[in-house]
Design a protein around this ligand. Structure first.
Ligand SMILES: Cc1ncc(C[n+]2csc(CCOP(=O)(O)OP(=O)(O)O)c2C)c(N)n1
Ligand SMILES: [Mg+2]
Length: 646
C-alpha cells in the first residue's frame, strides 16, 4: 500500500515546495528560498495556516505590494542564474491581479517565479464573494485568468488530487532553461483548506537536474564552417551566457579565436570591460565600438540572446549586405531568429564544442587590431563622459561613474527603466568575471523593479554590495517596498536620482517633435501642461517656482530607510563610502542617497537607432521634421530573410 499523510492542499504544497532541489554540474541546492506573501481572505486560512505550521521548512516573509514581491523573486532568480527563486502567495481579486506586471517581467526575462494567487470557491456555493468579478457567460473564468498570457504554465487547482500533477508540471517548467518564466497555480480558497491523502513520495525530496544539452553535431559543423569563412565575425553575448555560467568559456573562446564581443543588456558583463576584445553595449544604446563593428560584420554569432529591438537597433545595426547569423541558444524560439543558423543547446557546452571545432583558426589580424583600437578608444570616451559635469548640477554619467567605482569588482548595480539603463549599458565598466555585477532589467524595463529587484539580488548574494540606481519616476511607482527592506534588514544602497520627472521620455518626446509634453513634474501653467525643453527649463530653473514641493528624501526617511542628501558628486562619493561601511556591518537596512541631477545633460547616442513611429501628419513643424528623419532611418531597417545555410 502507498504510504500517505492526511494534509490540506496548502499544507501539502508547502511541504512539496520545501523539498524541491535543483542540480547543475553536480551541485545541488534548495530551489525555493521561501515564500513571500500578502494575506487576505483568499489565502490566510489556507496557505497562511500551512506557512505558519511549517515555518521552519519554508520561511515566510510579508511583502508590501504583490507586484513588488514578484520583482524580489525575479531579482533573486536572476542573481542565482535561475537555480533558485521564491514562491509568492496572494489573496483573491486585487492581490492576485497585482501579480500581472511582475509575472510578465519574469516571463519576458525568462526568470523562474512561482505565483500562488488565491481564487474564488471551486464549489461556487457562496458566490459572488468579496472581490469576485462575475463573468456572466462563463463560470470558469476569474480575474486570475489575466495571468494566463504572462505565465509559462498556468493551472487552477479545483480538486485536491489535482495538486500533484500541477505541482510537478510547475517544477518542470520552472527548472527548464528554455521554458522558464512565471508559473501560476491558482488556488481556490476552499480547495486550499481541503484535506486529502497525500502520497509520501510527493512530499519527499525531489531533485530537478538541469543538464547541459549539447548541440547537434551537424549544426556545430555548419557553424564552424561559416565562422572559418568569415572575415569580420562578431559575437553578441546575451543573458544566456551569464545564466549558463559560460563567461569563462566565452573568454577562452575569444582568446583562442580573436572574435570581438558586443553585449546586450542582459548579457552586459559577459566579458570584462578591460578585455582588449570587449566592445561593450550593442544596439540602440550601444557603444561607438560595438556599433561600428556591427555595421560591417559578416558573421554574427548571437549567444543566449533573444534579439530584442534594442540589441538589433530595430534591425538597423547590421548593414553588411551578406551578413549571416549563427544563434547559440537553449530556446528554439531564439535560435531561429534573423534566419540564423540554429545551434540549439546550452551556451557553455556549445562554446566549448565550437572552440574545439575551430581549433587553430583565428580571425584576420586586421579585424582583431581594429576591434582592439575601438575597444581602447571607447574606454577613453567613457572616462571622459563620467567626468563631465552637467549644467550647474551633477550629470547622470558622473553618478554612474561614482557608483561604478564604489561597486568595485564584486558590487552589483541594479536598474530597470528611465534614462539610466541606456547610460549604464554604455558606461558601466564590467569587472566581475562571472558577469554578476550588472543587473539591468531590460526585457520589460519595468518602472518600480529597481528597489525590490535589488532586494532580491541582495537576498541571493548577501556577500555582494548592491547598488540600486532608481529615477524619481520609478521610485514613485512603488516606494512602499522599502518598508520590507527595513523590516528584513536588507542592506542595499539606493541612489535616488531626482531630475523632476521622466527625463528619458522627455528626450524621446523631443526627438519625435513633441517638446517633452507631459514628462516634467511641474505645476500646470494656466490649466495646460508645460512642455519640457531645455530653454523652458532654463527660464524656470531647476529650483524655479513651478517645481513641485516634493521631498523624496523625506519620503524615504519616513519609511524607515537611512537617508543622505548629496548635492555634488564628491558628496555622493562620500555618502557611498559611508553606506558601504554601514551595510558591511550586517544587520543594517537600506540606505537611500538622494541626488538632484541635470535633466538635460544626457549621454549621446552612438549610431544606435530605435524604431519609435513618428506621426505621419501634423500641424507642428517639429513633428514634420522628425517624421522626415524617421523615414530616412527606416530605410536602414532590414528583414534578414536569407539564411546562413548556403
Ligand atoms: C511601469 C512603467 N510605466 C511606464 C513606462 C514608460 N517609461 C519608461 S522610462 C519612464 C520614465 C522614468 O522616469 P525616471 O525613473 O524618473 O527616470 P528618468 O527618465 O528621469 O531617467 C517611463 C514613464 C515604463 N517603462 N514602466
Ligand atoms: Mg526622472
Amino acid at each position: 500500500m502507498t504510504e500517505t499523510e492526511t494534509l490540506t492542499v496548502a499544507q501539502a504544497l508547502v511541504r512539496f515546495l520545501a523539498a524541491q532541489r535543483v542540480e547543475r554540474d553536480g551541485e545541488r541546492r534548495r530551489f525555493f528560498a521561501g515564500c513571500l506573501g500578502i494575506f487576505g481572505h483568499g489565502n490566510v486560512a489556507g496557505l497562511g495556516q500551512a506557512l505558519a505550521q511549517y515555518e521552519d521548512l519554508l520561511p515566510y516573509h510579508p511583502a508590501r505590494n504583490e507586484q513588488a514581491m514578484v520583482h524580489i523573486a525575479s531579482g533573486y532568480a536572476r542573481q542565482r542564474n535561475r537555480l533558485g527563486t521564491w514562491a509568492c502567495t496572494t489573496s483573491v481579486g486585487p492581490g492576485a491581479t497585482n501579480l500581472v506586471t511582475g509575472a510578465a517581467l519574469a516571463t519576458i526575462n525568462r526568470l523562474p517565479v512561482l505565483l500562488l494567487p488565491g481564487d474564488t470557491f471551486a464549489t461556487r456555493y457562496p458566490h459572488p464573494v468579496l472581490q469576485q468579478l462575475e463573468v456572466t457567460h462563463d463560470a470558469t473564468v476569474s480575474v486570475n485568468d489575466c495571468l494566463r498570457p504572462v505565465s509559462r504554465y498556468y493551472e487552477r487547482v479545483e480538486r485536491p488530487e489535482q495538486l500533484i500533477p500541477a505541482a510537478l508540471e510547475a517544477m518542470r517548467v520552472l527548472t527548464d532553461p528554455a521554458e522558464t518564466g512565471a508559473v501560476t497555480l491558482a488556488l481556490p480558497e476552499d480547495v486550499q483548506a481541503e484535506a486529502f491523502d497525500v502520497p509520501a513520495a510527493f512530499l519527499a525530496e525531489r531533485v530537478w537536474t538541469v543538464y547541459r544539452q549539447p548541440p547537434a553535431a551537424e549544426a556545430l559543423r555548419a557553424a564552424a564552417a561559416a565562422i572559418r569563412g568569415a572575415r569580420r565575425p562578431l559575437i553578441v553575448a546575451g543573458g544566456g551566457v551569464i545564466y549558463s555560467e559560460a563567461t569563462a568559456a566565452l573568454r577562452a573562446f575569444v582568446d583562442a579565436t580573436g572574435i570581438p564581443v558586443a553585449e546586450t543588456q542582459a548579457g552586459r558583463g559577459a566579458l570584462v570591460s578591460d578585455h582588449p576584445l570587449s566592445l561593450g553595449a550593442i544596439g540602440a544604446t550601444g557603444t561607438a565600438a560595438a556599433n561600428s563593428l556591427a555595421r560591417v560584420a559578416d558573421v554574427v554569432i548571437g549567444i543566449g540572446t533573444r534579439w530584442g529591438d534594442f540589441t538589433t537597433a530595430s534591425k538597423s545595426a547590421f548593414q553588411d549586405p551578406d551578413v549571416r547569423f549563427i544563434n547559440l541558444n537553449v530556446a528554439a524560439v531564439d535560435s531561429a531568429k534573423l534566419s540564423g543558423l540554429s545551434v540549439l543547446g546550452d551556451a557553455r557546452v556549445a562554446l566549448e564544442m565550437l572552440g574545439e571545432a575551430l581549433a587553430g583558426w583565428r580571425v584576420p589580424e586586421e579585424w582583431e587590431r581594429h576591434a582592439g583600437e575601438q575597444s581602447a578608444a571607447w574606454a577613453d570616451e567613457v572616462a571622459r563622459l563620467v567626468s563631465t559635469a552637467g549644467n550647474g548640477l551633477p550629470a547622470q554619467a558622473e553618478v554612474i561613474g561614482a557608483i561604478n567605482d564604489a561597486a568595485g569588482e564584486t558590487g552589483v548595480v541594479v536598474c530597470a527603466a528611465g534614462s539610466a539603463p541606456g547610460d549604464l549599458h554604455k558606461l558601466w565598466r564590467a569587472r566581475d568575471p562571472a558577469g554578476k555585477g550588472y543587473h539591468v532589467e531590460y526585457g520589460y524595463s519595468c518602472m518600480g523593479y529597481e528597489i525590490p529587484g535589488g532586494m532580491g539580488v541582495k537576498l541571493a548574494a548577501p556577500d555582494r554590495e548592491v547598488f540600486v540606481f532608481v529615477g524619481d519616476g520609478s521610485y514613485l511607482m512603488g516606494p512602499g517596498e522599502l518598508v520590507t527592506a527595513v523590516a528584513e534588514r536588507i542592506a542595499i544602497v539606493i541612489v535616488l536620482v531626482d531630475n523632476h520627472g521622466y527625463a528619458s521620455i522627455g528626450a524621446l518626446s523631443r526627438s519625435v517633435g513633441s517638446a517633452g509634453f507631459g514628462t516634467h513634474y511641474r505645476f500646470a501653467a494656466n490649466g495646460s501642461l508645460p512642455v519640457d525643453d531645455a530653454d523652458g527649463a532654463a527660464l524656470a530653473g531647476p529650483a524655479g517656482a513651478d517645481v513641485l514641493p516634493v521631498d523624496l528624501a523625506a519620503n524615504a526617511a519616513s519609511l524607515g530607510a537611512r537617508v543622505e542628501r548629496a548635492r555634488t558628486i564628491e558628496e555622493l562619493r562620500d555618502a557611498l563610502a559611508r553606506a558601504r561601511e554601514e551595510s558591511g556591518g550586517g544587520g543594517a537596512g537600506p540606505t537611500v542617497i538622494c541626488i538632484e541631477t541635470d535633466r538635460y545633460t544626457g549621454v549621446p547616442g552612438y549610431d544606435g537607432w530605435w524604431d519609435v513611429p513618428v506621426a505621419e501628419t501634423s500641424t507642428q513643424d517639429t513633428v514634420r521634421a522628425a517624421r522626415a528623419e524617421y523615414e530616412r532611418n527606416l530605410s536602414a531597417q532590414r528583414q534578414f530573410l536569407e539564411g546562413a545555410h548556403e
